[in-house]
Ligand binder design. Sequence first.
Ligand code: ZN
Length: 493
Amino acid sequence: MGAPRDWASLARLPARDLRGLQDAALARFVREELYPFSAHYRRVFDEAGVRPESVTSVAALQRLPFTTKQDLLRAQSTPETRYDFVLRPSPDLIRAHWPFLRKLALVLGGARAREAVRFQYTPNFLTFTTGRSSEPVGFAYTPFDLQVLQQGIARMFDIAGLDPARDRIVNLFPFAPHLAFWAVTLGGFETGALVVPSGGGKVMGTDGSLRLFERLNPTVVVGTPGFTYHVLRRGNELGTSFANVRTVILGAEKVPPGLKDKMVEALRKGGAGEVRIVGTYGFTEARMAWAECPNAENRSSGYHLHPDLGVFEVIDPKSGAVVPDGEDGELVYTGILGHGTCVLRYRTGDLCVGGLSWRPCPSCGRTLPRIGAELRRVSEQHSLSLTKIKGTLVDLSVMGSVLAAMRDVEEWQVVISKVGDDPLELDQLEVRVAARAGVDARELSERISHDLANATEVAPNKVHVLPLHEMLEHLGMESAMKEKRFLDRRPKS
Ligand SMILES: [Zn+2]
């Protein structure tokens, strides 16, 4: 992947230099990789009348259309287009598009150089999206891309304040062909840090994961917010020691407000001292993840980006126009170093509060660009997040935030159904919760109804306060890959 750049100095270059590096990397990527070798983007550029050589800066991307999840689904639906997003070089395409010196190196390098090109461009790994509403989309990695991911995650470990020589890391992410599990695993391989996976609730289970804590005395715990909190709470029940834990890294799902505090409380109960809780953001389509840096109050510093590996634009989700730095908008991603499956201007559907910032981080002083850590789903693209209940449009993610933020709610689930499961009947909204020990169930359910009605204008038909073990069953904490927070049991029309 070219000369490895010194990360420590890159992370503190002046913003102007970082933007310059980013523009140059983008221009080279479009000219020598994406346009020549991606059938999809060759068509997109030609149809838009944009010459690849004319994309010399991030601003120039605005002349190109967005890529959506539908584009990816459509491409993988027929055998003829299945590899349209995958870079596939051929001798003819290389001859037509690579600059003279790069071709010369290939010619002088002979069979070995040709073999290296084949190796670096041939996919040897895939991860899949985990969308609830559509077919999973596979993203291909080549050996080159695995190196890029490894380095990116090594940087993430650095931003999260890990010490690979000393830290012992338990990886609670579900063992699956998903980005999160493999990112942490590869980060360990790259840095030499001890990373031990439990496989999550479905593989070793909660108690099995906690036995790993006893053997390893981990200093770092990595996992999804929901399952990690569940493991810590169960650890309190079993008397597991968390004395050595100093960092918790959360990923794969957004961190609900209030959860960091609940986690600190559970860790303290297990004997932990000062604990830093760090959120991360990543998605399959970027084949990358980014982290917050830790600080004493566990306040978010925003996700620190890798400006030499990818570009984030922030757009108005309605007009598609790029908004100024610091303004809310939908995140749009373009990878600028990669082979395998590559996307340009990919609409994430994630609405970022505070948008993009190029100001040095107030916590760690790094000059890397950052995006705000408060993310919501953009409604238009994601039908499940915005659902009509009883005729009112309800943002389920808001509903989830309200429930997760309540101190007296241990676990929660929202169930939407039709009265009597009759498709012609009215919608019915039920909330299931497990209450914190010692909390009055009746008072809690009234408070939940009231708070939800305030936040979403829809009050639940019923709030069920259930024992914790029953809630864990409903959520599939030990049996599903991902806990089931929202169940829509209405028949599909
Ligand atoms: Zn920072």
